[in-house]
Design a protein around this ligand. Sequence first.
Ligand code: HEM
Length: 426
Amino acid sequence: MVTPGSTNTGALFLVGMEFELNCKLQTQNWSKRSLKTVTAFRKPKALYFFDKLLGDGLASTEREKWARQRKLANYAFHGESLKNMTPAVVASVETMLEKWKSKEGKEIEVFQEFRLLTSEVISRTAFGSSYLEGLMKLSVIAGRNILKAKIPIISKFWKSADEIESERIAKMIHDSVMRIVKKREERVVNGEADNFGRDFLGLLVNAYHEADQKNRLSIQDLVDECKTFYLAGQETVNSLLAWATLLLAIHTDWQDKARAEVIEVFGNQNPDSEGMAKLKTITMIINETLRLYPPISGVIREVGREVQLGKLVLPTHSEVDMRIIALHHDPDLWGDDVNLFKPERFEGIAKATKYNAAAFMPFGLGSRSCVGMSFAITEVKTALSMILQRYTVTVSPTYVHAPASRLTLKPQHGIQLLFHSLHNDA
Ligand code: HEM
């Protein structure tokens, strides 16, 4: 078993060869040093489809640019800004639930429903209700090509259908972001608004107009940041919300406990930011879902300079693939009941992880950990609360369990559930 700083680094697998020697170390026994030692371990250069999807946004960029963008994002997704987003999240969930009224007692495929919801939420909160056309399509293409590297000479003369399509969509997204930016600029020029907006996009447009050239954001950076946040904010929460709802549908005892808590905190009123911190049972359920089904199942780092990790010497440019999902399913860390859904483990995270911060890391670790964590948790708590206030949930007989890692951990055949109204007039 590994604890931070341990010398045991686990098994070595060669899972991919690229033109430069590029071996990946897949290990469940790894040291948290690798996510904290920024100089020795850095983000690798993105593969082609990933690059098209995220560009050089916060999740992939490095050094000064990363520090500047991270500061902006921290401001946009924490504290007061987060509180101000709750009404928009509630409104988006209400729209989804309104649609569900006609489907009561019938099967609902929730992965697809939550895909629309999470897309709507990130659009409304970060980009002021503008839907980024094309990004979903691009994420599907990237998902099926995720590990494919391009062969430098051949790819100059030949492009696959997916490459051609992803370039077309990338251009469409670029144009779509530019249209939104232009609209905001025009409102300021026409005197209809005195700023570019207080949401994340507003902050980005401000940085694009920054007088000091050193701190100014280029238009490409602005587009890349929109792509990064749209994708990071949509795909991950989609996954978490879908698995959490499935687990509640299976474990109806926990569903009842969660509903009782929601009714105690909010009654039948819509959730508000003050009540969020009081949802202890829901928090435990979310953590146990993140442990069993982490939306991001692993993170990759490139070795920046030769480094010793336990007994292994890792050469410069090798890649380390840290399997979050393996850590979360390690019986040495979690016990023999590791594969069971037991939210009670999380009565306190420190206790659950036996004071080993690297044992549970659905949002990563260290300086590059998730900037949208609080936003994601708030969104999921809001959606679960509003569903539980209205419905009991069970699993449809047509559901087939087939999780697969495609960018995020997805149910290959969707998640089919049955929703029964708790109120006759609902
Ligand atoms: C359940 C939801 C989420 C999960 C499980 C999750 C997970 C993660 C993980 C594991 C990382 C670290 C990646 C690495 O070390 O290479 C990360 C980074 C990141 N996440 Fe999330 N995320 C979630 C939601 C969000 C949301 C809602 C947003 C935006 C609104 C977001 C934006 C980002 C960004 C921009 C980074 C890169 C941070 C940096 O490099 O400084 N994430 N996330």
